[in-house]
Design a protein around this ligand. Structure first.
Ligand code: OFO
Length: 169
């Protein structure tokens, strides 16, 4: 059975995953109306779907452990971006925020001696490591590319290759 404090913290994470899903959906939609960003568009639509899965996984875990997963209200995310570079910076910033929130949750689970939750959260710890890696790689690549149009063409063409294999699971 979940303690109230762990349940509330897990529900806060539900909200954060839902916000991630919305944020990446907005990024996908913005990219879709820019010329030549088909790959990046697909990347963020997929990213948005995954974040929804992360939210669902949490809700179901909370419910299975005798709590109640709460579907959260959501603020509108950033919907326009001054540049693709800025968009990817936001992506990395967001992932770093999520990672630190997961770390705090892990810490809380330990303090509360909730080992089942601690165990469950390890999946998120690994997932965040992978997502941070992908976000950093993509930011580094964009930095290298600068204003080079052919570089950007290849970036868009190859973006799906930077994703980890767990995306297909
Ligand atoms: Fe939910 O995986 Fe990153 O944010």
């Amino acid at each position: 059975m979940l303690s109230k404090i762990v349940q509330d913290a897990l529900n806060k994470q539900v909200q954060m995953e839902a916000e991630s899903s919305q944020a990446y959906l907005a990024m996908a939609s913005w990219c879709e109306i820019q010329p030549g960003l088909e790959g990046v568009t697909q990347f963020f639509y997929k990213q948005s779907d995954e974040e929804r899965q992360h939210m669902l996984k949490l809700i179901r875990f909370i419910n299975e452990r005798g709590g109640m997963g709460i579907v959260p209200p959501l603020d509108q995310p950033m919907v326009t971006f001054p540049s693709l570079k800025k968009l990817f910076e936001e992506f990395l910033k967001h992932e770093l925020k999520v990672s630190s929130s997961i770390n705090e949750l892990v810490d809380l689970a330990l303090r509360e001696k909730d080992y089942a939750t601690h165990n469950f959260l390890q999946w998120y710890v690994n997932e965040q490591m992978e997502e941070e890696r992908v976000a950093r790689t993509l930011n580094d690549k964009l930095e290298l590319i600068g204003d080079d149009r052919s570089g950007l063409y290849l970036f868009d063409r190859d973006i799906m290759n930077y994703r980890g294999k767990e995306e297909d699971e």
